[in-house]
Design a protein around this ligand. Structure first.
Ligand code: COA
Length: 134
């Protein structure tokens, strides 16, 4: 079946959903990029913790793109997809989607790649459990 006329779909699992509030705006009245980054960090940490079965920390953001502005009141959804797993590290692709005010169509507003490391209680790296490996 052709997918040419299909609307674009988010990639990955929905791990976090929230509403963009007036306190999170920048000088233009749109949502501040730092707030968005924070939601993406939280959303991808949820997936990384599930995979690592415990504590994780963000070690890098290897790619980031802001594609559209986000208005106050938008429902912000973070979709996360594991794209690479190492000994202790997990690279997760994160997409943020909203529904456009004009058409109510879903639209991707931001995407990025977040790298997490599994750590123990002392903050030292540990191996991601074998049964989490693909
Ligand atoms: C994360 C941390 C424990 C890693 O410790 P480390 O001694 O540097 O560990 P390593 O060099 O063995 O790297 C661990 C893994 O991270 C990966 N890694 C390290 N730096 C990376 C980077 N910049 N980009 C991508 N991957 C990276 C390594 O390749 C390694 O992966 P692997 O185990 O799957 O092969 C340590 O750097 C740290 O505590 N950083 C601060 C984290 C933090 O506070 N985050 C919140 C920021 S607000």
């Amino acid at each position: 079946m052709s997918t040419i006329n299909q609307p674009p779909q988010p990639r990955g699992d929905l791990t976090l959903q929230t509403i963009a509030m007036p306190k999170d705006t920048n000088a233009n009245g749109d949502i501040f990029g730092g707030w968005m980054l924070s939601q993406m960090d939280l959303g991808s940490a949820i997936l990384a913790q599930r995979i690592a079965k415990g504590r994780v920390t963000t070690v890098a953001i290897s790619e980031m793109a802001f594609l559209r502005s986000v208005p106050v009141g938008a429902i912000v959804s973070c979709y996360c997809d594991l794209i690479k797993i190492g000994r202790s590290s997990m690279t997760i692709n994160v997409e943020v989607w909203i529904n456009l005010e004009s058409t109510n169509e879903p639209a991707k507003v931001t995407e990025g790649e977040f790298v997490f490391v599994a750590i123990d209680d002392e903050g030292t790296t540990r191996s991601v459990p074998i049964d989490s490996q693909p």
